[in-house]
Design a protein around this ligand. Sequence first.
Ligand SMILES: Nc1ncnc2c1ncn2[C@@H]1O[C@H](COP(=O)(O)OP(=O)(O)OP(=O)(O)O)[C@@H](O)[C@H]1O
Ligand SMILES: [Mg+2]
Length: 238
Amino acid sequence: MSTDSRSVLSLRGLSYRYPDGTAALEDVSLDLREGERLALMGPNGAGKSTLLLHLNALLDGDGNLEVDGMALSKATVRTIRQKVGLVFQNPDDQLFCPTVFEDVAFGPRNMGLPDTEVERRVHGSLQAVGLDGFERRNPAHLSIGEKKRAAIATVHAMRPLVFVLDEPTGNLDARGRRGLLDLLLSLEGAQIIVTHDLELVRAVCSRVLVMGAGRIVTEGAVPDILADPAKLEVWGLA
Ligand SMILES: Nc1ncnc2c1ncn2[C@@H]1O[C@H](COP(=O)(O)OP(=O)(O)OP(=O)(O)O)[C@@H](O)[C@H]1O
Ligand SMILES: [Mg+2]
């Protein structure tokens, strides 16, 4: 990845407190370049999911977010939500329709695409995540691994500029996990992937950002960050 490629997402000085007073993020900044796959790591409670919720404006802390050269504002929030596709940690937060087809069609329809294109995208995205033929199934009755893949399909169908995935390999079986790594490697958009899966990071990502207690504690190239077992333990990654 050349360092002079275009910035697709930039976050500056984000701090956030939950309404109950919990300080979840302190002065977090990050940059994502076109086509880059960035791993976001750190122990439970470090603030990773909270950070992701800010990237497509589901939470609104203090700080500045810019996506594709566009600053977040009331006027741009809808476009930014289309450009930054968030796959939630818990797929039940993503799937709410009576059929898998409807769930995957929801985003493309919302974008105003014609029915034929919506259908084309639904089938293409289900195929991409290995859920060919699941169109008529009820998402509530899928296995957890199938739900995770369906949740990724709902975002994939919107062709986002940036994929943001919160623990995509959690609950996947070995084959599902390999399929997911291949899928991540094949996606065109840039990616921010929250994961505890060191193998995923090695196979898919070029850069790692490590969080702890609401802050960025270190960042760097994957081989550099993952090289020292003692440091991995200090950062809560191993
Ligand atoms: N809705 C909420 N209200 C109050 N505090 C919250 C809420 N959601 C999360 N928190 C707190 O904010 C902090 C960051 O939580 P977050 O879910 O972002 O961590 P995480 O890094 O994603 O952890 P994990 O690896 O367990 O998913 C934690 O201290 C958590 O308890
Ligand atoms: Mg989380």
